[in-house]
Design a protein around this ligand. Structure first.
Ligand SMILES: Nc1ncnc2c1ncn2[C@@H]1O[C@H](COP(=O)(O)OP(=O)(O)OP(=O)(O)O)[C@@H](O)[C@H]1O
Ligand SMILES: [Mg+2]
Length: 275
């Protein structure tokens, strides 16, 4: 109930910031304050530098969702279903993990954030928290001057490190492999910095690309900081027992938002609406 009320209050505040009829002197003042806050927030987002991704690298990495097209349709469906669940449950922080490596977590995360950029009224962030095998930077063919771990160490600010893919989506890439990721990811300073970023930028979505949960201690430890978890399974390699195990593991620390079956070669034609 409290969560629902908080969600309604947030939605009301956002709506109000976009302008409503002015009725009283008191209303005028509070509305102008709200508009000033909304403008300050928009300016804060505008200060995050934009980057131009490599079309070639995105295509090679199967990132199709930056534009509406038939290749993007399954990721668009996933994005919309996730957004509906997030709104229903008042979730903001979503982690993506799997049982083992190579199931398609980064592919899913990058497509989700690319597709989210087409939802112009929402704001989203992607964080590459796979500090052992980072690949978001490779998938977009772009690299910031500082790595995400530098933000968590307090050496650079979020605004200096993140880069915007669209007006309303920002990506924090990891460009240096870390030998002790747990030390960075599980530190109280990292939790505080994420809280500050969330408070300062008020994103609708904070998406975390994580290592596989069954082989990474930092993923388990980090899950308590997120609202829900999307589990990616590979039709080619994940077993039902592994997916069950991940679900049980995740459920100990957070909510399971759903399981994505990736790399499925044999799709019933009726699933494709346009072809
Ligand atoms: N639906 C798909 N069809 C075909 N290939 C795919 C699909 N999804 C991902 N791949 C490919 O599988 C490989 C692994 O994908 P990805 O890097 O997204 O997985 P991951 O779970 O993030 O891996 P890691 O555990 O190493 O971080 C990549 O080469 C990617 O292009
Ligand atoms: Mg990955």
């Amino acid at each position: 109930m409290e969560k629902l009320q908080a969600a309604l209050a947030r939605a009301r505040e956002k709506r109000d910031g976009e302008g409503r009829p002015i009725r009283t002197q008191r209303g005028t003042m509070s509305q102008s304050r709200r508009m000033a806050r909304a403008e300050a927030l928009a300016n804060r987002w505008d200060e995050i530098p934009m980057f131009t991704p490599s079309e070639k690298r995105m295509h090679e990495a199967r990132i199709y969702s930056a534009e509406a097209n038939t290749d993007a349709q399954y990721f668009d469906i996933l994005r919309t279903k996730l957004l509906l669940e997030m709104r229903r449950n008042d979730w903001t922080r979503i982690a993506i993990t799997s049982a083992t490596a190579g199931c398609g977590k980064t592919t899913t995360a990058c497509n989700l954030i690319a597709g989210f950029g087409r939802q112009l009224e929402d704001r989203g962030m992607l964080f590459d928290l796979d500090l052992r095998r980072p690949s978001v930077s490779k998938f977009f063919g772009a690299a910031p001057t500082a790595s995400l771990a530098d933000v968590f160490k307090g050496e650079v600010s979020y605004q200096e490190q993140a880069m915007r893919l669209h007006r309303n989506t920002a990506i924090s890439m990891t460009t240096r492999v870390s030998t002790d990721p747990a030390q960075i990811i599980l530190s109280s300073q990292t939790a505080e910095i994420l809280d500050h970023v969330q408070a300062d930028y008020q994103p609708d979505l904070m998406l975390f690309d994580m290592p596989p949960v069954l082989v990474s201690d930092e993923t388990r430890g980090f899950l308590k900081l997120v609202d829900a978890v999307l589990i990616v399974a590979s039709a080619e390699s994940s077993t039902v027992a592994q997916v069950d195990e991940v679900e049980r593991e995740v459920a100990q620390y957070s909510n399971v938002a759903g399981v994505v079956l990736n790399k499925c070669r044999f799709m019933d034609e009726s699933y494709g609406y346009t072809y």
